[in-house]
Design a protein around this ligand. Structure first.
Ligand code: NZQ
Ligand code: ZN
Length: 389
């Protein structure tokens, strides 16, 4: 196991009705905030009214900025930065999914600098401070509610890029599983696929003697594999949502990669697909991950076979571990299909004419590799994309 330094400062408030506490939690940080949300689901569900009532009761004033799109755009981030500066806002309250939260984190970094926040996403400098962010999560998926990450798409160049900084850990995140009852089926499936991907990225590691975190990852993968279909079949099953939602946060709050180094090539490759084609992140991962597995399997067959046996209940064939591993990949693909996702680029309506461009963008023109379990150069990324055809 590697050395590590772990601390996750996001306070999680979990359970039925917990959005009623948002006013008091926000007031502890600022009395004038930016209320940031997406395309309207929070108004349709009544959540907006409950959040507004709680903020009012706590004496918090707000300026609104709705309209965050999935794969959140830089132009709206810039609008949020302008509002925060102009109106002297002291916090961003994100009510929504990963896209709203990521947009809020970007605004939080941009509101305290003179320059352009996009520079951080291009790797030009690192943030030195940020406004506080609080969240009310409405979908278990990205894990942004207690992660260091923010992923933004610059419409100019169709570039989707990430920043990771401890400064943007949300100060608090409210998780009420009841808020998931209104989720469209496709978003539920995408969320489950994203969470599964966050676990698999961490699972496929070269670091040895990490049995404890292996076991935690396997338990979390099994939970998502079992609970996502239950939530899909019974959208008002609080207990299934509660486990799904908490597992989604734990999957990406860095606890499960303590002492180990994850891979992350599948995420890097998927970000190129959603950057150009604006597909849902989870749907893209369901296509990329099996292809990545087929490409990298031979590098460490026993780890894949362990995953297949422990997570997907494949009977291990010790004389042919590769066959065991391949059955695991088949079961993963069958699970994606069972929850309603495709596993091929064509299912995303993504053609094959821009594979080279994606491989090039992903590796910055072949100047660096992606992934840690196996380092992929441009040609290897292209091969993974070919396997996803
Ligand atoms: O915009 P509204 O109307 O709110 O509708 C949203 C949106 O259309 C809808 N929705 C969310 N909660 C709902 C609901 N509809 C009905 N009832 C509810 N309770 O769902 C749609 C998708 O929302 P979005 O926020 O885009 O989903 P998700 O949480 O999957 O976020 C995806 C984004 O997160 C990034 C992805 O790249 C993608 O841009 N990621 C962020 C990470 C991070 N910050 O750590 C890590 C991830 O790997 C990921 O890359
Ligand atoms: Zn993800």
């Amino acid at each position: 196991m590697d050395n590590f330094d772990f601390g996750n400062p996001t306070r999680i408030i979990f359970g039925r009705g917990t959005e009623a506490r948002v006013g008091a939690l926000t007031a502890a940080h600022a009395k004038k905030v930016l209320l940031h949300f997406g395309g309207g689901s929070i108004k349709a569900s009544g959540l907006y009214d409950r959040v507004a009532a709680s903020l009012k009761a706590a004496g918090v004033e707000w300026v609104e900025l709705g309209g965050v799109k999935p794969n959140p755009r830089l132009s709206l981030v810039r609008e949020g930065v302008r509002l925060c500066k102009e109106k002297g806002l002291g916090m961003i309250l994100a009510v929504g999914g990963g896209s709203v939260i990521d947009s809020a984190k970007a605004i939080a970094m941009g509101a305290v600098i003179e320059g352009d926040v996009w520079d951080f996403y291009l790797g030009k400098g690192e943030p030195a401070k940020a406004l506080p962010v609080g969240t009310v999560l409405t979908i278990p998926a990205a894990g942004s509610e207690s992660s260091t990450g923010t992923v933004i798409t610059n419409e100019d160049g169709q570039l989707k890029r990430a920043v990771n900084s401890e400064l943007i850990y949300p100060r608090f995140s409210i998780l009420n599983p009841e808020l998931c009852f209104t989720l469209p089926r496709f978003q539920v499936a995408c969320g489950a696929a994203d969470i599964m991907a966050h676990l698999m990225e961490r699972y496929f590691t070269r670091v040895e003697n990490v049995e404890f975190t292996d076991r935690l990852l396997e338990a979390t993968m099994k939970t998502i594999a079992l609970k996502a279909p239950v939530a899909l079949a019974n959208p008002r099953d609080y207990d299934a949502w509660a486990e799904f939602m908490w597992a989604g946060t734990i999957a990406h709050n860095n606890l499960l990669n303590t002492g180990r180094v994850g891979d992350w090539a599948s995420h890097d490759i998927e970000h190129e697909i959603s950057g150009i084609y604006d597909v849902a992140h989870g749907a893209g991962l369901a296509v990329v991950f099996p292809a990545w597995m087929k490409h990298t399997l031979a590098q460490d067959v026993s780890r894949f076979a362990q995953w297949a046996a422990r997570v997907w209940n494949v009977d291990a064939d010790f004389a042919d571990l590769e066959a065991t591993a391949r059955q695991g990949i088949e079961r993963l693909e069958a699970w994606y299909r069972a929850i309603g996702l495709g596993t091929k680029l064509g299912d995303l309506k993504v053609g094959t004419d821009r594979l080279d461009e994606m491989a090039s963008k992903c590796t910055d023109g072949d100047r660096h590799t992606v992934g840690n379990f196996v380092k992929l150069d441009k040609a290897a990324v292209r091969k993974v994309l070919e396997l996803a055809k």
